[in-house]
Design a protein around this ligand. Structure first.
Ligand code: PXL
Length: 290
């Protein structure tokens, strides 16, 4: 018998240069056995960390896309949203989730808004206000530390301590998502280790996965992280194993790229490491926090 693969709606932009969004999400999830159905939020010549990028905002076209899919009576296993090109797209994503809702639907929202304490170019504060509402519809959210601060109207602080972080995770989960994962958390002393901290409100457990820090910043690693995490969960892995697989994939990607003399804006060299996703789950390093 031929078993169908999981079908996922990917609400992200398509950026020509820079290995972010759909150019990361599609290869990763496809190679993990998931059928990706893109709902493109914008088409850009490159991601927005290059200067003079050209952007076509697709806000006005999303509802007709969704209407066609409804007419086809499609059923999806997951919806995964990332970079939204305008605040108005939030309401459209809420509508999308309502239209395709069923009990087993997995909704993953990566509230892409900024990094390293700063907002991405061409996104405004209005998107943050809308995103604060959107996360109520998610099962899982994966903000980086900058985005977590924005969602909670807090100041970004790279020296944040674990107690405050745990409080942030719980507050975010009280807004709706049962699993909250904060990525890119610097560990103290700075520039040695970086970690991902997660909270599962159903079991009330906190998880942490750490990896060595390298002094380079590659756009799109958040998209790759959430793609591996989502693929892993759809394959049946537990949350801590999915976190481990996602952190291992990104660490490996950063290491595979870092040794090259290279324009970091192009992101991690995904093509060299995609096959790692076929490996069986390696012994992980996750920790359960008190
Ligand atoms: O991965 C984040 C991202 C996604 N999409 C676009 C971006 C960025 C980060 O810079 O510019 C268009």
């Amino acid at each position: 018998m031929v078993t169908q693969s999981n079908k996922l709606i990917a609400v992200h932009d398509l950026s020509g240069i820079g290995r972010v969004s759909l150019t990361s999400v599609i290869p990763i999830l496809s190679s993990m056995g998931v059928q990706v159905c893109p709902l493109p939020t914008a088409v850009l010549s490159s991601h927005t960390q290059y200067s003079d990028f050209y952007k076509v905002d697709l806000t006005d076209h999303l509802i007709p896309f969704i209407n066609h899919w409804k007419k086809l009576e499609l059923k999806f296993d997951a919806i995964y949203s990332g970079y939204l090109a305008s605040a108005a797209q939030v309401e459209i994503v809420e509508h999308l989730i309502d239209e395709f809702y069923h009990k087993e639907l997995l909704v993953v929202i990566d509230p892409v808004m900024g990094d390293n304490g700063a907002r991405y170019a061409s996104l405004g504060h209005e998107l943050t206000i809308e995103m604060q509402r959107l996360i109520a519809k998610a099962d899982i959210i994966t903000p980086n530390l900058t985005e977590a601060a924005m969602l909670l109207n807090e100041d970004y602080n790279e020296k944040i301590n674990l107690e405050t972080l745990k409080e942030w995770l719980v507050r975010l989960s009280e807004n709706g998502p049962s699993t909250v994962i904060i990525t890119s958390v610097p560990e103290l002393p700075l520039n040695k280790m970086t970690s991902v901290i997660a909270y599962d409100s159903k079991s009330k457990r906190f998880w942490k996965v750490s990896c060595h820090y390298l002094p380079a910043n590659y756009p799109g690693t958040g998209d790759s992280f959430t793609s591996v995490l989502t693929g892993s969960l759809l394959q049946g892995d537990s949350l801590p194993i999915a976190l481990d697989r996602a952190v291992q994939f990104i660490s490996y990607g950063v290491r595979a790229t870092f040794g090259h003399s290279y324009d970091t804006r192009e992101g991690i060299i995904l093509e060299r490491i995609l096959k790692n996703l076929d490996n069986p789950v390696a012994m992980g390093t996750y920790e359960l926090l008190d």
